[in-house]
Design a protein around this ligand. Structure first.
Ligand code: FAD
Length: 567
């Protein structure tokens, strides 16, 4: 068949494409997902470089625990299983500090561990929040930040009245003060976290989880990233790809058609409306046309959508230029995976990380906040491979198998991923391949540093090392522009209705019936099911979708009055 018809065609079967397909199929629409690779999931990928050893080339933690999608898409019914961790994080310095920061159900571990060094009760930024909010309160605060569609253009509000601050005032009236609205997360850490290693850890954690902690006015989105991972406190059993499987099963069970090896070459536009897509010559059915009677949803990044898939004659030149200018300075990650026989035994207190509460992620070394500024400068300003000294190489060393033994055979451990922030390939002063030219030296320096912090991480213990640079990520997954976990830069001008640009801020586009559903839209990266949940509000407004009574909108949703409301 050279042609087929569906109500909805979704371009790209990554996290956001599969989730919106599941939502729309559950609304009774006929939906087709087209995925370029042989399997859907995008950044929710696990690979087995050796049989039985599961590594995470991209996403690793579940951040989406507060997502309405788990319930709305029945993910437990379709196989989603979570493993909760006793300790989410720990920190290590070069001079022998090793503190265990526990987790959502184990806060006393952090208290004991940090007070050993400080002589005071542990006070971290998360504790200020987690300690004073119930689970439901935290879930609602997170939903107001991430699972709320940007307000329509016509609605103007003061920053202090944004949904997230309204919810904050409701949940934490004693902590509220108007000056928080202007603060950066680093300002907040200066004020609330008196211990330098913990402050440094939390700055790094925020950078790896969401909005960069240095941006003024971004306290909540920045802290919110770390609260997301704290709220979820674990990962899907077997890794993030099993989360993708549950979403795909939900989509298929509701009637969606999934076509893999189906690389889309063109989004077809007729009289200003998106009417379907054409597969390119890499697809199993080259040149096939798939018509979309109601909408095309592009679940690939904004640049590919408008600079490659849509003929430029359909777009205004100034709009095209704005898309070209979207900055990719987000979080390009150098990813190492280490198969070993023993877990790292960090120097410092020997009893800091006992196996039953071993931190699933250790940030090391976090001696001083200068380490954080040094790495930010390497990634964003110097734009070249880091200098290979400890100040430039703070790593997030993740391992899941203490809590999830499906990750590797008995007798082994998998440190995967070990993340390191580096410049996005597109901005590297040596060109996009710059970071790859230095990969042997960077990998060696990172492993030497790991051994200096945990002396048992030597060649007797390490079985094998695998590497995925951000440039490699772009080749694995055409959606990972800049090898960037966040899609586009993590700053104030890239949030809410300005992400990725104002004209596209509410998932709608200048082409009628074409919508964006990718992590280049608000609220950005992470497998939160948030972009599709937020987009659903707009598709309901536009009368494309009409869900059953399983659907509930965000309490902070404001309808575009030109279109009607869901109330
Ligand atoms: C190193 C790294 C670490 C991360 N860590 C985490 C984490 O711990 N937790 C977390 O939740 N998130 C994490 N993320 C972020 C997360 O992976 C992404 O935000 C998420 O995968 C984005 O989903 P998406 O659907 O928008 O895009 P993608 O996952 O990129 O999906 C896009 C899909 O579209 C396909 N595609 C591209 N072009 C075409 C075309 N022309 N035709 C058809 N198909 C096409 C691609 O093959 C891909 O499958 C991480 C990302 C990286 C890179």
């Amino acid at each position: 068949m050279r042609e087929e018809h569906f109500d909805i065609v979704v371009v790209g079967g990554g996290h956001n494409g599969t989730t919106i397909a599941a939502y729309l199929a559950k609304c009774g629409l006929s939906v087709c997902i087209l995925e370029e690779r042989p399997e859907c999931g995008g950044g929710q990928e696990n690979t087995e470089p050796r049989p039985g050893f599961r590594i995470d080339p991209h996403a690793t933690y579940l951040y989406g625990g507060a997502a309405p999608g788990f319930e709305q898409l029945d993910l437990a019914k379709y196989g989603f299983r979570m493993v909760y961790y006793q300790s989410m994080a720990g920190l290590v310095t070069t001079d022998g500090v090793a503190a265990n920061l526990g987790g959502r159900w184990n806060r006393e571990v952090a208290q004991k561990s940090v007070s050993y060094y400080t002589g005071q009760d542990a006070v971290g930024a998360e504790e200020v929040f987690l300690g004073s909010m119930g689970d439901d309160g935290l879930r609602d605060l997170l939903r107001s930040i991430f699972w709320t569609p940007p307000l329509p253009d016509s609605v103007e509000i003061e920053p202090k009245d944004a949904p997230m601050w309204q919810e904050f005032r409701k949940q934490l009236p004693g902590l509220w003060s108007e000056r928080l609205v202007e603060m950066s997360f680093l300002d907040f850490l200066d004020e609330f976290v008196p211990w330098e290693p913990l402050r440094t850890f939390q700055a790094f954690a925020a950078w790896y989880c969401g909005a960069h902690p240095g941006w003024d006015g971004m306290l909540l989105p920045s802290l919110g990233g770390t609260l997301l991972v704290g709220y979820s406190s674990g990962s899907p059993r077997g890794g993030m790809h099993s989360y993708a499987h549950a979403i795909i099963r939900s989509a298929i069970a509701n009637g969606a058609r999934v076509i893999t090896n189906a690389s889309v070459g063109e989004i077809l536009v007729k009289d200003g409306r998106a009417v379907g897509v054409k597969l390119d010559d890499k697809a199993s059915y080259p040149e096939k046309t798939i018509w979309a009677d109601k909408a095309v949803i592009s679940a690939v990044d904004v640049k590919q959508t408008f600079l490659k898939l849509i003929g430029q004659t359909h777009l205004d030149a100034s709009f095209v230029q704005k898309v070209r200018d979207v900055s990719l300075k987000g979080g390009s990650l150098y990813v190492l995976s280490v198969l070993c026989r023993e877990l790292p035994k960090y120097h410092g207190r020997e009893d800091a990380f006992p196996e039953e509460v071993y931190p699933s992620c250790v940030a090391a070394p976090v001696d001083s906040i200068d380490f954080f500024h040094t790495q930010t400068k390497d990634a964003y300003s110097k734009k070249k491979a880091p200098v290979l000294t400890k100040e430039h190489l703070t790593m997030m060393i993740c391992q899941h198998d203490v809590y999830d033994r499906t990750r590797c055979p008995e007798g082994y451990h998998v440190l995967s991923p070990i993340y390191l922030e580096v410049p996005p390939p597109q901005y590297d002063v040596e060109g996009p391949e710059g970071i790859n030219r230095h990969k042997d030296e960077i990998t060696k320096a990172a492993l030497d540093l790991l051994e200096s912090l945990a002396p048992n991480m030597n060649s007797n213990n390490i079985v094998e090392v695998f590497l995925n640079t951000p440039y490699d990520s772009e080749f694995r997954n055409a959606g990972m522009s800049g090898g960037n976990w966040y899609g586009a830069r993590q700053s104030e001008d890239q949030w809410f209705g300005s992400r990725p640009i104002k004209e596209l801020g509410r998932y709608k586009t200048p082409i009628e019936n074409l919508y964006l559903c990718n992590h280049t839209s608000h609220p950005g990266g992470l497998c939160l099911m948030a972009v599709p949940y937020n987009l659903m509000h707009v598709l309901i407004e536009d009368k494309i979708a009409s869900p059953g009574n399983w659907w509930y909108p965000s309490p902070y949703y404001v309808a575009d009055t030109k279109k009607g409301s869901q109330n």
